[in-house]
Design a protein around this ligand. Structure first.
Ligand SMILES: NC(=O)c1ccc[n+]([C@@H]2O[C@H](COP(=O)([O-])OP(=O)(O)OC[C@H]3O[C@@H](n4cnc5c(N)ncnc54)[C@H](O)[C@@H]3O)[C@@H](O)[C@H]2O)c1
Length: 257
């Protein structure tokens, strides 16, 4: 039977308290990895209970990834508790959607700090720990790194830039550390449900979105988490320096009809 067993591994996941991050934590727990998760919220969002149910250890730290002192505290808490970091899933991020002309300096800066610089800062802090264990870095970018729609600036710019960060880390920090990017398309998260709810008929809008996808579904946080588990495993030992698009075929379909 084909199985991925990450027993004895320790994964640090940012943005583990909601959406895709909770799905990632759930799937790593199923694979037997211990988990250190962080987020902005006071509460962990349920991943600790989920992890303990799978018999693994889990820790939650409140952390703003755009603040260096918070990142240092996150690493310290993680090392104090687990003594090691094998895998980093740098997932925390947020839509900053504006028009290229309307976007002001404040939103540009906020976006660059959260959706680009924080990933680099955290990777640097994790590097010495990952090097000890032949580690893996997974950076969460987006299908907006491959194609976008009007009004999704400057998010698409930073998510595209992350594919460059993935390349640089892979070539400069390999072979000891493998770095890959994951670019999900439309995932069924609380934020996207909120977006559906902003329409007069949320179910109709959900169906319209589903129909944009050749697979006739939208993705789930668990499916995204399963990709992270695979990319972190030895089965993916040949994967580095590239960003994988996980979008249900949407990018393959011209959207002009
Ligand atoms: N939901 C989607 O369809 C989708 C698609 C492509 C890419 N993504 C990317 O996936 C990642 C997760 O998105 P999501 O939809 O699950 O979002 P979400 O809003 O459900 O969760 C975001 C998580 O990130 C954390 N976070 C946000 N800002 C933070 C900060 N400054 N410091 C620390 N933690 C912070 C939150 O606390 C939360 O745990 C993001 O990088 C997002 O760009 C999402």
């Amino acid at each position: 039977m084909f199985q991925i067993d990450l027993t004895g591994k320790m994964v640090l996941i940012t943005g583990a308290s909601s959406g895709i991050g909770s799905g990632i934590a759930k799937m790593f727990a199923k694979a037997g990895a211990d988990i250190s998760g962080c987020g902005l919220e006071k509460e962990d969002g349920g991943f600790i209970k989920e992890a303990e149910g799978q018999g693994v250890k889990a820790l939650y730290t409140v952390c703003d990834v755009t603040k260096k002192t918070d990142l240092q505290n996150l690493i310290q808490n993680t090392i104090n508790t687990f003594g090691r970091i094998d895998i980093l899933v740098s997932n925390a991020g947020q839509n900053v959607f504006e028009g290229a002309e309307k976007c002001d300096d404040e939103n540009w800066q906020r976006n660059i700090e959260l959706n680009l610089a924080s990933h680099w800062q955290l990777a640097k802090l994790c590097k010495p720990h990952l090097e000890q264990n032949a580690g893996v870095i997974i950076i969460m970018t987006s299908n907006h790194a491959f194609s976008t729609i009007p009004g999704c600036f400057p998010y698409n710019v930073s998510k595209t830039a992350l594919t460059g960060l993935v390349r640089s880390l892979a070539i400069e920090w390999g072979p000891r550390i493998r770095t890959v990017g994951l670019a999900p398309g439309f995932i069924d998260t609380p934020g996207n449900q909120q977006w559906f709810n902003s329409f007069a008929d949320p179910e109709k809008e959900r169906q319209r979105t589903i129909d944009l996808h050749p697979v006739k579904k939208i993705g789930t946080p668990e499916e995204t988490g399963a990709w992270c588990v695979f990319l972190a495993s030895d089965y993916a030992a040949f994967a580095s320096g590239t960003t994988y698009l996980l979008d249900g075929g949407r990018n393959a379909l011209m959207q002009d009809s």
